[in-house]
Design a protein around this ligand. Structure first.
Ligand SMILES: [Fe+2]
Length: 209
């Protein structure tokens, strides 16, 4: 299977994950925004499919995610699963997995839960849009300072830090390395990933579709 390279924004930080650095543009962003206005839960079929992939701790994390985020996550994870069904064995992640089925399940869960850290900031669609714009212009190192504050600044910092927060939640939920590492790295530049590069490319590409 050919996996197209994923473009990187020049404004992305090599040292740490950025929200502003991964601002998406055009029709994709508009579609995501409009879709996120509906609080319709995932279909029963989709929900059952997702829950079957998760362990007990991950289910508790999943159930705190918004319906909008769950729907998007399922769409991404189904895309990942479909593409991996066309691949022979775990060759894309041979250093991390021996078993193809274990790899495919872990990759799907990584897609399902990579944004779970957003449950802590608990922002709605419009607040997230504002936060994304704000973090495009405010230096990233403000986030650590603001995380010690209260009110709006704290929540903005928590939104900015959602990759780290999500990784912590997923480690606490006894997740495999690919799952919590992708949560931590999914806004980082490709050059700084520690996840197997072809897997990161696939996960990123499915999220951006
Ligand atoms: Fe994210």
């Amino acid at each position: 299977m050919a996996v197209k390279p994923v473009g990187q924004s020049d404004s992305e930080s090599a040292a740490s994950p950025t929200i502003g650095g991964t601002l998406k543009t055009g029709a994709h962003l508009v579609r995501r925004f409009v879709g996120s206005l509906s609080s319709r839960p995932p279909s029963e079929t989709d929900e059952t499919w997702a829950l079957d992939l998760l362990n007990t701790g991950q289910v508790q994390v999943w159930q705190q995610m918004s319906p909008q985020d769950q729907r998007h996550a399922i769409a991404v994870a189904r895309d990942v699963s479909q593409r991996l069904s066309e691949v022979e064995g775990p060759a894309m992640a041979s250093d991390w997995f021996d078993d193809a089925e274990q790899f495919r399940r872990a990759a799907a869960v990584a897609a399902l839960l990579h944004d779970c850290g957003k449950i802590v900031s608990d922002m709605g669609t419009f607040a997230r849009a504002g936060a994304t714009v704000l973090w495009a212009v405010v230096p990233d190192d403000k986030a650590e300072d603001w995380q010690q504050r209260s009110g709006a600044r704290r929540r903005l910092a928590e939104y900015r830090m959602h990759p780290t927060i999500g990784a912590d939640l997923l480690r606490a939920a006894d997740s495999q390395r690919l799952i919590h590492t992708w949560a931590a790295e999914h806004h980082q530049r490709r050059e700084t990933w520690t996840v197997p590069e072809p897997v990161g490319v696939l996960l990123k590409e499915c999220d951006d579709d």
